[in-house]
Design a protein around this ligand. Sequence first.
Ligand SMILES: [Zn+2]
Length: 214
Amino acid sequence: MRTPKAAETPHRALLWCGANPGIPAFASPKPTMTILPIKKYPEPILRKKSEEVKEVTPEIKKLIEEMIETMLKNNGIGLAAPQVGVSKRIIVAATQKDPLVFINPKILRKSKETELGEEGCLSFPGLYLKIKRPKFVEVGALDINGKKIRFETKELLSKSPVNERYPTGVILSRIIQHETDHLDGILIIDRISFWQRWKIRKTSKFTQVGPVSN
Ligand SMILES: [Zn+2]
C-alpha cells in the first residue's frame, strides 16, 4: 500500500476515502470500538448494488458507529458500507464537527457547474485520480434516527471547517457523490477516461482495471 504524499503536498489531500492527514479535529478512535477491515478492489462486494435499509435498528446504529471509527482510524473522510463488507445503503462523511450519516441517500439535484478534483479511495490504496463531478448536490436520506432529511451541500459550505480549510469548498459534495456511487457498485475507475484507465493498468498494481466498466 502506497501512502499518500501528504508531506510533500499537504493541501493536495482532498481524499475522501483516502487519507487526509491535515485535519486536526479527527480524533483517535475510542479503544473499545471495533475497527472493521476495509474491502479492497477487486473484491466483488464493491461491484454489488447495495440494499435499502428498511429500519434503523440497534444493529444498524452499531454498524454506523463502527463505520465512523473505521473511517477516522484510516484517516478517511468518507466511507460506504460495502467497503466494510456490508451491502447496505449507508454512507458516512467526516467534518471537523460531528460526522455526517446518510442512510438510503439519494442525490436529488446536481449543480450544472462541475469541478475537477482529486479523489482517493480506501478500497484503492495509493491511487489518486482527477474526477469531474457536479460542484454541489442536494441529497435526500434518513438520518441515524430514521428521520427523513434533505441536505444541500452548498448551504453547508460556510459551516463546515473541512470546506473552510480547503479553498475549493466542494469537498463534502464530492464525498457524498463518491460514497453514493459505492452503493451502486460504481468506483472511481469508472469515472475516468479510457486512457486514464489504460495508464492505471500499466503503471499501478491495479492491473485488473478493465477497459470499460460503466
Ligand atoms: Zn471510495
